[in-house]
Design a binder for this molecule. Structure first.
Ligand SMILES: [Zn+2]
Length: 102
């Protein structure tokens, strides 16, 4: 907790999808930092899972020996709705890995 591990993981931005007709959710990596491809990570079931818990460091789908950090992409601030507060709680789990040393 709170440790700085700048070399630990690449960052992969994800979007949440669900399978139509099911309650199964996936985090979709659109642009893998290793292979540039698209990967799917199960995020659980709508009924009993919090997909935010599946964010963070995960083994890369294309190379389990390596990890990347699943993050929600920064979004333009347009609508502040009911979901905003829930999102903020989720994003509170994000570690701050800004490009501070560039
Ligand atoms: Zn990959």
């Amino acid at each position: 907790m709170g440790k700085r591990d700048q070399n630990a993981a690449h960052t992969a931005f994800v979007t949440l999808r669900d399978l139509p007709g099911t309650r199964v959710m996936f985090w979709v990596v659109e642009d893998c930092p290793y292979c540039g491809g698209r990967h799917f990570h199960p995020a659980g079931n709508l009924r009993n899972a919090d997909p935010g818990e599946r964010l963070g460091e995960q083994p890369a789908a294309c190379d389990p020996a390596r990890t990347y950090e699943l993050l929600l992409p920064p979004r333009p601030k347009k609508k502040a709705g009911k979901q905003e507060r829930r999102k903020e709680r989720r994003e509170g789990k994000r570690r701050d890995i800004d490009d501070e040393n560039w």
